[in-house]
Design a protein around this ligand. Structure first.
Ligand SMILES: [Zn+2]
Length: 223
């Protein structure tokens, strides 16, 4: 018996991780981030964990079938009885199709795929805008943690600079690639009529309310 399956979608910087944590607590769903899933399986030395580790040690991608098996192992645990909230999987159409098929074989389905939509320009501003100090690497952010004096570290007075990785052009190029895959997945769930778009440029608690409403409409599960 599979409980509710919620696939939370959002670009890097859209606040998906934060919302996933809030939603899973409010709804009693197990929060399943595939990165954590891999790490836990490898740490616990489960057969699937060892298989996954073999691929990762060889620098290869873990096959979708292994990820899916791990997901269902996770689904069988008691805290997932009411269902799961997936965070970071599926990442592309192929994975979305594998997931649909695997769920269908077990009498389940994706109930709803809430999508936290944030304009690309906002994502670039959130993801970039990071500056660090030369002396000790103290972090600052143009939007969320400005230094008292522009360009100067509050703690030690050293100069602030941007690593190449944090410069707008680099951030934008990396984001474009990630958004391409996300668009595919969004399109997949739109086609299956389970997509629920929520405006992610609102304050965090308003986004949470929007997501809870979307999940309630699809599952009857109230936060
Ligand atoms: Zn500093």
């Amino acid at each position: 018996m599979i409980g509710n399956v919620v696939v939370l979608l959002g670009a890097p910087g859209a606040g998906k991780g934060t919302q996933a944590q809030i939603l899973s607590e409010r709804l009693g769903l197990a929060h399943v981030a595939t990165g954590d899933l891999f790490r836990a399986a490898v740490r616990d030395g489960t057969p699937l964990g060892l298989t996954a580790k073999g691929y990762m040690d060889r620098g290869e991608l873990v096959p979708d079938s292994v990820t899916i098996d791990m997901l269902f192992e996770r689904l069988a645990r008691p805290d997932a009885a009411k269902g799961i909230l997936l965070d970071g999987f599926p990442r592309n159409t192929a994975q979305a199709e594998v997931l649909d098929k695997a769920l269908a074989e077990r009498g389940g389905k994706v109930d709803v795929a809430p999508y936290i939509e944030v304009p690309e320009a906002d994502l670039v501003a959130r993801l970039g805008g990071r500056w660090i100090c030369r002396a000790q690497g103290h972090p600052y952010h143009e939007q969320t943690k400005k230094p008292l004096v522009p360009g100067v570290c509050d703690v030690d007075g050293s100069e602030l600079y941007q690593r190449t990785d944090d410069q707008p052009a680099t951030v934008q190029a990396r984001l474009r690639q990630q958004l391409g895959a996300l668009d595919q997945v969004v399109g997949h769930y739109r086609g299956h009529e389970v997509l629920a778009t929520v405006d992610g440029s609102q304050p965090i608690d308003r986004v949470t309310d929007g997501l809870l409403a979307a999940i309630a409409a699809a599952t009857g599960r109230q936060g």
